[in-house]
Design a protein around this ligand. Structure first.
Ligand code: DGJ
Length: 742
């Protein structure tokens, strides 16, 4: 609901309110974001009151000497008028002046969400929209702030559009998407950073003075700094405390900052990273910022995550796969890497079918000359030696086995060793004469160019139409360096990063709309582009190249704050694990991967009989509860904190109206464990549930030479007798069974 009373706008969701008002000088003051407040006529008391400008702060003008922009919570802050905190916008005018003073001009309340032209956005019925247009006092350019209210999910989105109304061109140096001022400092800024194969590590910083920033300059949203962040009162837990979840529907360089000013305020801003950014805007042209997503919970992180999960599922993911159960897949990458061919793949596929896999995915290595990562990106023709019957022939054989067929591509890239590079060296994103750098031996195609975008759409369309393809993994394996487009002039190079992202969106929008049945999974060296922008086109994203179950428990816990399980690709892989060399039981690997979109990524043909039986059983179990695993409410109960006196356990749960499934995962093993418990969450208190654990068979070899503590004769570890005993004797796990009230 959006309501205007006098000069105050009330944006109410089920449990929250966002309130802003127009001050007597025409500035927008931020009045409240938090618990729901019912709109009241008594609006005057909501505004800040000052009697005089304090200390060496700036008075707005002689008539309004007490108005001091540094001492107010603002809804939008310009540049150069006395508010010296993080600005929302910086424009450089034709005369070099950067000062701006945006004053209220008009407001409009709409019954539907207006569309964005250049970027992906959330969508939905019953969305109410507030548009407030501000006019710069000196230059006449306009800034429109756009708010969309998603009542049921307690989400408000915010974005901005800048328009140049003058004859002279300007340079936009910064335009944020959202800004939220708080009237206290000392908030906990919670961010999620990492690197390749160790994404989404939770980090806390209590900001009492100065700025805490998380941003990316990789050209992607990045594994270094996910755009999802939280601002919370220190001490907020899963169940208690005020907290705000913030995200950005954007896949490029982004910036989020929490600033505590010495006047006792905090300011949060998020948007496109202003570092190196400069956008030329001519008369009549406009620039739109990405949409920022905000939620507030007065009941800790659990509610915050639930709001974000519901929002992502209902208002970000779209198309035929939106609410669909995702298939269990087998991916060839960790099974064979580049060393693939039709016979090998078919062998893997047959074995996959036997254990209940539904979708077979041929990963990297299938196209002309692609035997390692030095060659062939850009040439999307199949390798005749590896695939004598082509992609079509292979896909038919896979379908004949009763499996769906999927393929890997990395369309934004080019290798120097490729036909495409010989033909179009000018298509590469770099300065044509200067020294350039590469990542994974590859360069990036210049997606700011129309001809490049057309080539990608045309080559991918040819591939996707060439066979019965049910799934596409869209990869992107390097970050941006040498950002320079030879087609854009010298004065537009500050636009390259953003234009790349807009170009990418145009390409993926065209292809995903053209092939609506294909399930697209995003990927960028794992989670280097795990964001809401990509999720507007691709229904799931490969969460990390790290498939180690213990590492994954941390990574998936990190993602779970802002993203639901239905968008997270999670695979069971071989042991010792290829990234960490750690051994984890097959059941542990399954348990962690099951709390997402389950897949397997290992040479299934080489599994032992008992392992195959276990995998078969896991897949039956997952399919039986797939709805719950993928779409149930997800709860973090414990997240593997390592202290001397804790169990180092990860505890998760998914629940819906029928029941729930919990995971209790021992992280680092310790002897003589402190007392452990599992407190179920998400169940109905009055209902009686049948509580039971999964029934498993253990291989006695997992206990090493401890077998000698029970064997009547000495058994040599790994010897003939040990192997024989392991074949004949299987150990049951402990059984838990009880009728318990929720
Ligand atoms: C990086 C991805 O994250 C992997 O899963 C795999 O697809 C490789 N690229 C293939 O080159």
């Amino acid at each position: 609901m959006i309501k205007r009373i006098k000069d105050v706008f009330f944006l109410n969701t089920k449990n929250t309110s966002y309130i802003l008002g127009i001050t007597k000088t025409g500035h927008l003051e931020h009045l409240h974001y938090g618990r729901r407040v019912e709109p009241s006529e008594n609006t005057a008391t909501l505004f800040t009151r000052t009697r005089f400008a304090l200390g060496n702060t700036i008075s707005y003008d002689k008539e309004n000497a007490a108005v001091n922009l540094e001492m107010m919570p603002l809804e939008m802050s310009g540049y150069g008028k006395g508010d010296i905190r993080e600005p929302f916008i910086v424009v450089s005018h034709e005369d070099g002046c950067r000062t701006s003073d945006f004053i209220f001009n008009a407001a409009e309340i709409l019954d539907e969400k207006s569309e964005m032209r250049s970027l992906p956005a959330s969508y939905g019925k019953d969305v109410k929209e507030l548009r407030i247009t501000l006019l710069d006092r000196s230059y006449g350019d306009t800034l429109t702030l756009i708010y969309d209210v998603f009542e049921a999910e307690d989400v408000i989105t915010k974005r901005a559009e800048y328009k140049n109304n003058k004859e002279k061109e300007v340079r936009l140096l910064r335009l944020m998407s959202s800004m939220v001022d708080f009237t206290e400092s000392g908030y906990d800024f919670i961010t999620f950073g990492g690197a390749w194969a160790r994404e989404m590590n939770e980090s806390h910083e209590i900001v009492t003075n100065g700025r805490s920033v998380i941003s990316s300059m990789t050209g992607t949203s990045s594994n270094r700094a996910n755009p999802f962040t939280m601002v919370a009162r220190p001490g907020t837990t899963e169940e208690y405390g005020d907290c705000y979840g913030m995200n950005l529907i954007y896949s490029g360089n982004h910036y989020s900052c929490l600033e505590a000013s010495t006047m006792g305020f905090s300011r949060f801003v998020t948007g496109v990273n202003p570092e190196g950014f400069s956008f030329k805007i001519s008369e009549g042209e406009a620039f739109e910022s990405p949409e920022a997503v905000m939620t507030y919970s007065e009941a800790g992180f659990r509610r915050l995550s639930k709001n974000m999960h519901d929002f992502v599922r209902r208002h970000i993911v779209r198309g035929e796969w939106k609410d669909a159960l995702r298939p269990v897949l087998l991916n060839s990458w960790e099974a064979a890497y580049f060393d693939i061919n039709e016979a090998k793949l078919l062998k893997l596929a047959k074995a996959s079918k036997e254990v209940g896999i539904e979708l077979f995915v041929m990963d990297d290595g299938w196209f002309k000359g692609r035997n390692d990562d030095t060659t062939s990106l850009g040439d999307w023709e199949y390798d005749r030696k590896k695939l004598p019957n082509g992609v079509k022939g292979l896909s038919e054989k896979i379908h004949d086995l009763g499996l769906q067929f999927g393929i890997w591509v990395e369309p934004e890239m080019i290798n120097e060793k490729s036909d495409l590079y010989k033909k179009h060296p000018e298509w590469v994103l770099r300065h044509p004469e200067n020294h350039h750098s590469e990542g994974r031996n590859q360069m990036i195609l210049d997606l700011t160019r129309k001809d490049v975008r057309e080539y990608i759409v045309q080559s991918m369309s040819k591939l996707f139409s060439s066979a019965n393809i049910n799934y596409v993994k869209w990869d992107m394996n390097r970050i941006v360096s040498d950002a320079y487009s030879s087609e854009l002039g010298y004065d537009r190079q500050g636009e390259v990063y953003h234009r790349y992202v807009m170009g990418l969106y145009e390409v993926v929008k065209t292809l995903t709309e053209k092939y609506p049945r294909i399930l697209f999974e995003g990927c960028a060296s794992g989670g280097c582009r795990f964001d809401l922008g990509m999720l507007c086109y691709m229904s799931q994203i490969w969460a990390s190249d790290n498939t180690d179950a213990i590492s994954r428990a941390t990574i998936q816990t990190g993602y779970s704050y802002g993203y639901p399980q239905s968008v997270m690709g999670c695979h069971v892989s071989a042991c010792p694990n290829h990234q960490t060399l750690r051994n984890a039981p097959l059941e542990t690997r399954f348990a962690v991967a099951a709390y997402g979109v389950l897949g397997y990524e290992l040479n299934i043909c080489e599994l032992k009989k008992e392992e195959l039986e276990a995998v078969k059983d896991q897949i039956v179990f997952y399919k039986l509860h797939r709805e719950l695993f993928q779409y149930g409410d997800f709860y973090r109960i414990e997240k593997g904190e390592r202290t001397a006196f804790s169990n180092n356990a990860f505890k998760w749960m998914v629940a819906n109206e029928d029941g729930g499934i919990g995971m209790y995962l021992q992280g680092l093993a310790i002897p003589h464990n402190p007392f452990g418990s599992f407190k179920a969450v998400g169940l109905e208190p009055g209902k009686v549930y049948n509580f039971r654990n999964r029934r498993l068979k253990y291989n006695i070899k997992e206990f090493g030479d401890l077998i000698n503590t029970v064997a009547p004769i000495h058994i040599k570890r790994d010897g003939v007798l040990h192997n024989l005993a392991a074949k004949v004797v299987k150990m049951d796990n402990e059984k838990e069974e009880a009728l318990l009230p929720g």
